[in-house]
Design a protein. Structure first.
Length: 350
């Protein structure tokens, strides 16, 4: 198994190297092209962008076939650009029209291959998460500790460190058929549940009308986050049209609940030290996302509703449905996004 994985990684790495090499050769050849200069320069511009992205493709077997198709298309493109270097006046006159048709065919072929990569990337991520899930199947760990109220011992259940995949039937059992609704957010409805005889959890059921590609980013981002002030992902479920996240349940409500006195013990009645500690905890969570997480995570929806408090008033940041990774090269500047998201009153004015 390990040898197969290494072989697949080596094959993908080799294909990426070959494609990148062809792109470099095409860009160099464009500099001396005599015919169809505009088509050549447009091709070089597109390929330079593709070349920057290729090394970031997942090292997975599903990427091999599209990469081979891309390599073939790039080989044809290289031959075409070399043909555009012909210095003959006759060839320049009669070949320009023929080359224009060839450029359209080459571009169409490259576009077709590129259109496959979002699906291929999703398949690679799903396969990777499935392998992790098999390696880290959820098994409650039982530990015995002294009881705080007596001299006897009590047994506690410890949640595993790694998120795992649950079936729809397991979620239904854990939530008692979604009987206890905790609330509703912009991406779905949250229900309270309990896994087996283990800890309480919050199950976020995504709305079925939401695009499927919003599920994978949240899963990939939260899967890797480990911080004392960030709500931890326990697992996920994806069956047919049902997509759910299972998070640890923070039982003392959100900061918004306490500010609006929805809870019986508002945060405004807590000592100043407690209030400052809550704010510092939330700030440390954001600092971790921006400075400690790799890659850097941009939350995009920090508000009083996304800060949960436990019974000790320790804050936990949640609500990663709109989160994105910071784009490469944008560490010291702004980042363009396709849409503005967030809670009114909390959205970054920039």
């Amino acid at each position: 198994m390990a040898f197969t994985v290494v072989a697949n990684v080596a094959a993908v790495t080799q294909l990426i190297g070959q494609a990148t090499g062809l792109i470099s050769s095409i860009i160099r050849a464009v500099a001396t092209a005599r015919q169809n200069r505009r088509e050549c320069e447009n091709l070089a511009l597109r390929l330079s962008i593709i070349g920057d992205v290729l090394p970031r493709l997942p090292q997975d077997q599903v990427v091999e076939r599209p990469l081979k198709e891309l390599r073939t298309a790039l080989g044809k493109a290289h031959e075409l650009v070399l043909a555009c270097q012909d210095r003959s006046a006759a060839n320049r006159f009669f070949g320009a029209r023929r080359h224009a048709d060839s450029f359209r065919e080459i571009n169409a072929r490259i576009y077709f291959v590129l259109s496959l990569f979002p699906m291929v990337n999703y398949a690679a991520i799903t396969s990777h998460l499935a392998r992790i899930s098999l390696e880290h199947t959820w098994v409650p760990t039982m530990i015995t500790v002294p009881s705080p109220s007596s001299s006897s011992l009590q047994t506690l259940t410890v949640v595993p460190d790694y998120p795992c995949m649950f079936s729809w039937a397991e979620i239904v059992t854990a939530t008692n058929n979604f009987a206890d609704k905790l609330g509703r957010g912009w991406s779905g409805t949250v229900y309270k549940g309990r896994l087996h005889d283990g800890p309480e959890v919050a199950v976020k059921v995504l709305d079925k009308h939401r695009p499927h590609d919003t599920f994978v980013p949240e899963l990939v981002i939260t899967f890797r986050l480990r911080h004392d002030h960030i709500v931890r992902l326990v697992g996920w479920c994806e069956e047919e049209d049902d997509r759910m996240f299972v998070y640890e349940h923070i039982s003392n409500g959100t900061l918004r609940d306490h500010l609006q006195r929805v809870r019986s013990s508002p945060v405004t009645a807590a000592p100043w030290r407690t209030r400052i500690a809550a704010l510092l905890g939330a700030s440390r969570a954001i600092q971790y996302l921006h400075c400690g997480a790799q890659p850097v995570v941009i939350h995009r929806n920090v508000s009083s509703s996304s800060i949960h408090l436990d019974m000790n008033w320790t804050p936990r940041l949640s609500g990663f449905g709109a989160a994105v990774y910071q784009a490469a090269g944008e560490e010291h500047g702004g980042q363009l996004v396709e849409e503005v998201v967030g809670t009114p009153g909390y959205v970054d004015p920039e």
